[in-house]
Write a protein that binds this ligand. Sequence first.
Ligand SMILES: Nc1ncnc2c1ncn2[C@@H]1O[C@H](COP(=O)(O)OP(=O)(O)O)[C@@H](O)[C@H]1O
Ligand SMILES: [Mg+2]
Length: 337
Amino acid sequence: MPGAIYAEGLVKTFGDVRALDGVDLDVPEGTVLGLLGPNGAGKTTTVRCLTTLLRPDSGKAVVAGLDVVKQPNEVRRSIGLSGQFAAVDEYLTGRENLEMVGRLYQMRPRAAKERAAELLEQFNLTEAADRPAKTYSGGMRRRLDLAAALVVSPPVMFMDEPTTGLDPRNRQQLWDVIKELVSGGTTLLLTTQYLEEADQLAHEIAVVDHGRVIARGTSDQLKARTGGERVEVVVHDRAFISVAGEVLRGFGTSDATVEEHTRKLTVPVTGGAKLLAEIIRELDSRGVEIDDIGLRRPTLDDVFLSLTGRVAEATDEENGAESAAAEDRRREKETVK
Ligand SMILES: Nc1ncnc2c1ncn2[C@@H]1O[C@H](COP(=O)(O)OP(=O)(O)O)[C@@H](O)[C@H]1O
Ligand SMILES: [Mg+2]
């Protein structure tokens, strides 16, 4: 049986750009799929197709058991979407925005009010609740946008880069909210450029690049695929490189690599911390002086790099995060006054 979110061969072109080139997905009910990929990989386009905002050129997509192309209205009633481009009315206050969403979903006025107040509290927006959204910082808007997506608890949620631009504290808070949401049985598709976010939240990860899913699995499976542990040693002097190399070769599962200029030797190993202790003893008994030694497990960053040939984009986003965080602090102070 297909999962709560299912896509097969989704294709979407914009002129010459093949934004989606046959995306396949299958997200079991009650789980979180992290859609990971560099800028321009097709993450937002995938979300827009699955949430009926874009019509795919070809392929099939079923969300909450409903065909995205044939039953768009029914799909919309079964999903929540928090977008990269927030659907917040600038001129309404935070509270009014949330109450309006409740009314759109046919909640009674009193229920809509209560739900709005609950969400404002949960997203740390109570103080700012009665100011127009246009006075909110980027981070506050993101929180409001996410709160709006949660007014009714839909069985299937989509979040497109929900924490981009948030400072670490707000990001952690949001992760907690998301975890709670998912523990209640919601199926979630989340796109992110923060690998740690996928590591923390996603049951399964799909790496997309050039409009296709190029790898999928749990975070651990992807890491294992990329290669196991390595021991890295920095020797105190170049003169030690050759002996250190001999020692490491004796412990490694394949040959050691040497970076002359940094005096760093790396060897793939299995056996972890115990082996590390043995290596240190052996180096010591052979008279090799070391500046640094460590066991390194592959991170999702390594996975991403080895799959896409690129490091996860962060520069622009990090800048954005910094300014948004500073702005957040400033505006939150204003509120307290
Ligand atoms: N409305 C659009 N018109 C033209 N090109 C688009 C449009 N939306 C997305 N694209 C292109 O499709 C590709 C995938 O974009 P997108 O899905 O936004 O990637 P991501 O969200 O992974 O950064 C990019 O090359 C982007 O420039
Ligand atoms: Mg995007």
